[in-house]
Write a protein that binds this ligand. Sequence first.
Ligand SMILES: Nc1ncnc2c1ncn2[C@@H]1O[C@H](COP(=O)(O)OP(=O)(O)OP(=O)(O)O)[C@@H](O)[C@H]1O
Ligand SMILES: [Mg+2]
Length: 471
Amino acid sequence: MSAKSRWANEDPETEAIIAQQKREKEEKRRAKAEKQRQLEARKAQAQQDADSQPPNGEPGPPKKRRRLSNDPDAASDHAAVAKIEQEQRQQPTLLRFPVGEWGPCRHVDNFEKLNHIEEGSYGWVSRAKDISTGEIVALKKLKLENSPDGFPVTGLREIQTLMEARHQNVVYLREVVMGNKMDDVFLVMDFHEHDLKALLDEMREPFLPSEIKTVLLQVVGGLEFLHSQWIIHRDLKTSNLLMNNRGEIKIADFGMARYYGDPPPKMTQLVVTLWYRSPELLLGADKYGTEIDMWSIGCVFGELLTKEPLLQGKNEVDQVSKIFALTGPPNSQTWPGFRLLPNAKSLRLPPTSTISSAGNPPLLPRSRFPYLTNAGLSLMSALLALNPASRPTARQCLDHQYFKEDPRPKPREMFPTFPSKAGMEKRRRHQTPEAPKRGQEAPELDFAGVFGGAPGGDTGEVGAGFSLRLG
Ligand SMILES: Nc1ncnc2c1ncn2[C@@H]1O[C@H](COP(=O)(O)OP(=O)(O)OP(=O)(O)O)[C@@H](O)[C@H]1O
Ligand SMILES: [Mg+2]
C-alpha cells in the first residue's frame, strides 16, 4: 500500500500533484540507472573487442557479451567493471605477430572449364572462367596419384614457392581449389595466351633482336627475384615461359622448384628437362646452385635466336657430347675440379683437349650464332660456360652490355600480338623431352662413349658419333 500524503484528506488536487512528482522522480532515477548501465556495458564491450582484434586490423568474430552482474544496480556494475579492469592490468601483455589467413579452399565447381590447354608431366592445364567474376584463369590440376603417403612434398613445394614468388615476371597464383577427392588439387593462375615454345613453333620468323632482349630481360628479371628469395627453378625451358598479348613474360611451372641454402644442400641431380640441363648436373653433381638456371637461360637464349632448341640430346650421354661439341671439352683450366664429379670418371677426353679459344670462359664458335653481335656472343658464351662458377648471376646478366647496345630492347607495348592457341584449342604437343620424374633416382651413366665408339651416344648403344670441333 502506498504511503498517503498527510494532506491527502484535505486536498486531493495536491495529493495528485505530489503523486505525479513522485512518479517523475522515480522515472528519472530509473533512466539514470539505465544510462549508467548502458555506459558500463559499452565500456566492457569495447574492451572485449580490443582483446579479440586480430593484428591485421580486421574485426574478429562476434563474441558473447560479458555478463557484468546479476544485480541491476549500477553500483555493482561499477564494481564488476573495476574488477575486470584490474584483472586486465594484472594480465601479462601478449605480443602479437601477423599471421597468414587460413580458410577452407573453394571448390573447383566455382570455375567453368572452357578448353584444355596442355597435359604436362605434373598436371593438366585448362582455360577456365571464374563463375562469380567472369574472369578467365588457367587451372592446373596437380598430378598427385603417385603419393600413397598423402599430399606429396613436391606438390606442396610447387604451391609454396609460387605463393612466395610474387613478381611481375612470375605467373600469379590466385588460389588453390579442391575437387571432390583429397587428391583433386588445382592451382588457379592468371591466364596467359602463349608459352614461348608453342609460340616459336607457330612463328614463321624468329623474334627480332630487340624483341629477344625484351623477352630475356623479363625472364632474367623474374629469375633474379627467385634467386634473391633462395628459390631455384630447376626446370627453365621455353614451354615454361608464358607470354601474354601485352608482351609480358611470366616464369611458370614450379613443379621442380625448391628452396636452397648457403652452402647448398645435397639435392637430386635428376632435375631440368634434358635439353636445358647443365653439364654439372649431367656429370652427377649433387651440390649445385642457381648456376643451373643460368645454363638453362643460355639454352633459351639460343632457342630464341633460331626458333630451334639449341642442344637436342637423345639421352644424357648424347646431351653431354652435344654440349662439348658446342663448347669444346672441359679442361682443368676452364673447369677446375670437373674430374671430381661422379660421372666424369668414365669420361674419356680426346688428347687434344685444349682451350678452344682465348678467354675464360672461352667464346663459343661464331659460326653457330652468325647474327649475334660480339656482346651477344660474349653473354651467350658466359651463360653456357661449362664451369658453373664462370656463369654470370642473374643480376650480372641484366647488367650485360648486350642489353645496352643497339638495337635496344623493344618496349613491351610495341610487341606484336599473336593468335592464341591456348585461348581456343588444344595446343600441338611439342616433341621435346619431358621434365624428369620427381623422386626418381638418377641413373648410373657411362660417359666412356662421349668422344666416339664406346657405349652411350645417340642411340644409347653406339657412340656419340660426332667429331669434336675445336675453335
Ligand atoms: N597460367 C597459364 N596460362 C596459360 N597457359 C598455361 C598456364 N600455365 C601453364 N600453361 C600451359 O600449360 C603447359 C603445362 O603447364 P606446366 O608447365 O605448369 O605443367 P607441367 O605438367 O609441370 O608441364 P611440364 O612437365 O610439361 O613442363 C605450359 O607449357 C603452358 O603451355
Ligand atoms: Mg611445364
